[in-house]
Unconditional design. Sequence first.
Length: 247
Amino acid sequence: MKDIMRDELGSPKIVDRATFQAELDALRVREKAHTREGDAIAAARRRLPMVAVDGATPLIGERGKVTLLDAFEGRRMLIAYYFMWYKGRPAPEQCEGCTWVTSQVRELSYIHSRDVTFAVFCQGPYEESARYRDFMGWEMPWYSAQDSLDTLLVGRRVGRMHIVCYLRQGSNVFETYWTTIRGVEAMDNNYRLLDLTVYGRQETWEDSPTGWPQGDIMDTLRTNARPTSQWSRLKAGYSDDLGAGRR
């Protein structure tokens, strides 16, 4: 059955090795230009102005009340991911997009070596969301920013996934960059790898030849009514009880 399904899909034309390499070489020129443009954009990002943020802005962490300044953990910079949260809802109903990108952030030693802390700022209550963090097996610092979102996301839409970058100078805190929606793909490696394959991400918005498989993004992010990566945690025996009265 799998072979039949594979045969029904469109596929590139078959050519000899020399022709393949010639077309790949032509694409490589564009790839290198794309890389250089990305470097130039990153250079411009490093030259953006910054805006002051109150370092005393309150958060809730595993030790109770802390501040934004505390979340730096003594490092110079902080990357905060603002995790969407549906208060009182069970694990299967939590944000599949936030679960997708947060699941990719595992090894933080390389970030730490550049004097940067990565932390999740959940947009919901601490106890409930921390149970979700534990269920998913995530080990990064986790805080509730629920009561400070209007201060931390001033002028931006609360209830949307965000990455916000901060710089600490002594006890002074500054916001240096923020992004949302497609910008949070910086946390992911799955889609970047899929982009290298012949069928890409297999989403409807992609410019693909006729006959290529395409579907909704939820086909990837949700499986059988749950965020996809939850299934491996359940299989491993972890409880998805968030203590909110619903399972």
